[in-house]
Design a protein around this ligand. Structure first.
Ligand code: ZN
Length: 321
């Protein structure tokens, strides 16, 4: 027997050791069954059956009071916001199983089905407890998503007296994602926040014109665009076309956080144009470690997508000096 197959047998044993085992012990829900939560639930579900909320109607039909919607059973044991900020108590078994599945390469998960069976109706004051066990872990199966194993767990819901309320058989496919999983198309760069004051600048960029806004009264150049001259206060303006020459005023190299529209490491620079205004831009055609402050750069164009072209800068080639 090959070493690999031996390892495989051992893995199968470790995995199957979970079958029948407890993933989480019988744990009480945070609150007893109560009318306010029932109201929220039926409102969210759009269920107007008075049996859930109208005490008078319930008594008129011979019931002692309202009942909770049966399909709400899981809600009584959910941990609410706490579950997002702290690991659930007593779920160590679950973490160990997930780690073992990941060791086998089953790193992705998709829920496949949930079967609920109800034994009795819940009424306000009942206190629901839940226990979860592993019912079965299948042999490896080939699926459309990749090779994987179906993991079936059984949640048993009991009331404060230990009486069975409901069961929930919950099946997930834990699978090894394949390389043939279609790649996501690259997302577009974030859109600029266009408004009436800056739209002209991006419109010009679409034509590969780098323009600078100029006050029509005192001729002071300004960037980023704005409605009013910071020098003389005039609202009249026109534009001049930049030469495309500049220098790196300062820069940073962005590694994180990443956005899928960009390539990393990403050099983000403030370039001072020969005309004197500065703009935030990206540098291209240069390794991050070769960028220096005051480095002479020249305009290039990035056609990010059909709707967005942006000025970027590359180092001036030696022969351009
Ligand atoms: Zn001015």
């Amino acid at each position: 027997m090959s070493e690999h197959a031996e390892h495989g047998d051992d893995y199968e044993k470790r995995l199957q050791a979970f079958t029948g085992g407890e993933l989480s012990p019988l744990t009480p829900g945070q609150d007893p069954v109560n009318l306010p939560m029932i109201r929220h639930w039926v409102e969210a579900m759009g269920d107007t059956n008075p049996v859930y909320t109208d005490e008078g109607e319930a008594r008129a039909t011979g019931r002692p009071g309202v009942v909770a919607p049966a399909s709400m059973v899981q809600a009584w044991t959910m941990r609410g916001y706490a579950a997002t900020v702290a690991p659930p108590p007593g779920r160590r078994g679950f973490d160990v199983l997930v780690a073992l599945l990941e060791e086998g390469g089953y790193t992705s998960v998709v829920a496949t089905d949930s079967e609920l069976e109800f034994s009795r109706e819940l009424v306000p004051g009942d206190h629901v407890h839940v226990q979860e066990i592993v019912e079965s872990i299948s042999a490896e199966k080939k699926t459309g998503l990749g090779a994987g194993r179906f993991v079936t767990t059984l949640k048993t819901y009991r009331d404060q007296d230990g009486e069975l309320v409901a069961t929930q058989r919950w099946r997930t496919l834990r699978y090894r994602p394949t390389d043939s999983t279609p790649a996501q198309p690259r997302p577009l760069r974030p859109r600029p926040a266009l408004n009436r004051d800056n739209a002209f600048w991006f419109e010009a960029a679409k034509e590969h014109w780098l323009v600078v806004q100029r006050c029509a009264s005192c001729e002071t150049l300004r960037h980023p665009p704005g409605p009013c001259c910071p020098h003389c206060g005039s609202l009249e303006w026109d534009t001049v076309r930049a030469s495309g020459r500049g220098r790196v005023h300062t820069f940073t190299v962005n590694h994180h956080p990443r956005h899928a529209a960009f390539d990393y490491p990403l050099v983000v620079a403030v370039v001072e144009l020969a005309e004197g205004t500065r703009l935030i831009t990206n540098l291209t055609g240069v390794a991050p470690e070769d960028v220096t402050v005051d480095m002479p750069v020249v305009l290039d164009w990035l056609d990010a997508d059909p709707e967005l072209s942006l000025p970027v800068f590359r180092p001036v080639a030696t022969e351009d000096h």
